[in-house]
Design a protein around this ligand. Structure first.
Ligand code: FCB
Length: 437
């Protein structure tokens, strides 16, 4: 029997642009993802979040489904461009989230709110987006508006989702919105993210008494050559977490970026402002990164290796359940964050609706089983993991992959918007009920 602590938080997660649709409703202004999706060749099949799961109109039914599954918590994000047009508050947009929060609370489900899950208003991108230091004040203004409106009822806040992804994929590799390919823009964006995150924490705490405020990172877990693994962790995790927990960027990476002339402008007082322990560290974790040493790459020191014996998901991500245990142990020792939460974990598989009208997603059940078993193992060894959110509550718009990847516990028919809880949803529901399996 795998048993979890009695106060363990069991949830499922989504994000605004991936599920809401209704992009023109009630005064919402366009985001960089609307623009990106409208740019030919950026998103598979020309898909966009214009309709998605139509959650904006169906949120009551969706909350009812969550209640049926017995979810204790629901993580969702706010679309900045629904609640603000420039600095003008759009009350209708704010009301949507306020109603959603009330609906959740009356269903006995704790709302966990992410302020920024990538859908930056396009007007802010037009003046440089995350590369422009002025974004920090814009974010603080936005965070203040949202937490003033919802802070009496929402007590769990996540400032940002996956800063490496939205800064690196958005501004260096260009595979995410806004599609820029300039490494210095990645690093200035990352620096402005750090400032925006850190400076928003006291504002959120002031507007939402007795709340917990955290930040969510996509943690890489490189496995193979140890020296190269250390380098990859410094490049990916350390660049964001060392400033927060230690007050400085990792020295070995600074050296690399300095030589290349990539370093962002750091103003006096910045690192002191960034240095500060959030109430919890949110971690999104799906797979490990298997590597072997390769000295011909002086930055990465390694190259990726495919594990022929392993199972891979539709994303091409290796199913590596034991690595979540090692990742949790490592980060707990390195950063001593006090409390950690898995804010996303899950898998995309090629689901089919069977003749019986059900979705028998055994591989997803096995995936969850393996990762949760290893989360519990970490907890039993003293890792302060306080909760777990499955990604995702329902199939949705998977960014540059469009609708081609299904991660949901609930199947969505995008033609009819019919929801069908998959076998994994039923399994997870039992896990929550029994607080283990
Ligand atoms: C994470 C994102 C989330 C979802 C999953 C599959 O990087 O935070 O929105 O797309 O991956």
């Amino acid at each position: 029997m795998i048993q979890f602590p009695s106060d363990f938080v069991w949830g499922a997660a989504t994000a605004s642009y991936q599920i809401e649709g209704a992009v023109e409703a009630d005064g919402r202004v366009p985001s960089i993802w609307d623009t990106f999706c409208a740019t030919p060749g950026k998103v598979e099949n020309g898909d966009s979040g214009a309709v998605a799961c139509d959650h904006y109109h169906r949120y009551k039914d969706d909350v009812a489904l969550m209640k049926e599954l017995g979810l204790k918590a629901y993580r969702f994000s706010i679309a900045w461009g629904r609640v603000l047009n420039g600095r003008t508050v759009n009350q209708a947009g704010l009301d949507f989230y306020s109603n959603l929060v009330d609906e959740l609370l009356s269903a006995g489900i704790e709302p966990w709110v992410t302020l920024y899950h990538w859908d930056l208003p396009q007007t802010l991108q037009d003046v440089g987006g995350w590369t422009n230091r002025a974004i920090v004040d814009e974010f603080l203004y936005y965070a203040d508006v949202v937490t003033k409106a919802l802070g009496d009822r929402v007590k769990r806040w996540i400032t940002f989702n996956e800063p490496w992804v939205f800064t690196y994929l958005g501004y260096a590799s260009g595979v995410h919105a806004p599609g820029i390919t300039h490494i210095p823009d990645y690093l200035s964006s990352a620096h402005h993210f750090l400032l925006a995150h850190a400076k928003s924490v006291p504002i959120i705490r002031a507007n939402s008494s007795d709340s917990l405020v955290g930040v969510t990172l996509d943690m890489t877990q490189p496995e193979g050559d140890e020296r190269a693994a250390e380098r990859l962790r410094a490049l990916h995790n350390g660049w964001f977490l060392d400033p927060i927990y230690f007050g400085h960027y990792p020295a070995e990476v600074v050296e690399i970026y300095e030589q290349a002339g990539y370093m962002p402008e750091i103003q006096p007082g910045d690192m002191e402002a960034i240095h500060g322990k959030p109430d919890f560290l949110g971690i999104n974790y799906y797979t490990r990164q298997t590597i072997e040493a390769d000295e011909s790459d002086p930055v990465m020191l390694s190259r990726p290796v495919h594990m022929d014996e392993s199972e891979y998901t539709e994303m091409g991500w290796e199913v590596a359940p034991e690595s979540i245990y090692r990742m949790l142990k490592h980060n707990n020792e390195r950063y001593n964050p006090g409390a950690m939460v898995i804010t996303e974990n899950g898998a995309a598989f090629q689901d089919v609706v069977s003749a019986d009208g059900q979705v028998h997603d055994d591989r997803r059940v096995a995936y969850y089983n393996g990762y949760l078993t290893n989360c519990q193992r970490a907890i039993s060894e003293g890792v302060p993991l306080m909760g777990y959110f499955a990604w995702s509550l329902m199939d949705n718009f998977e960014w540059s992959f469009g609708y081609s990847k299904r991660f949901g516990l609930i199947h969505v028919d995008y033609e009819t918007q019919q929801r069908i809880p998959k076998d994994s949803a039923r399994w997870y529901s039992q896990v929550i009920k029994n607080n283990g399996f």
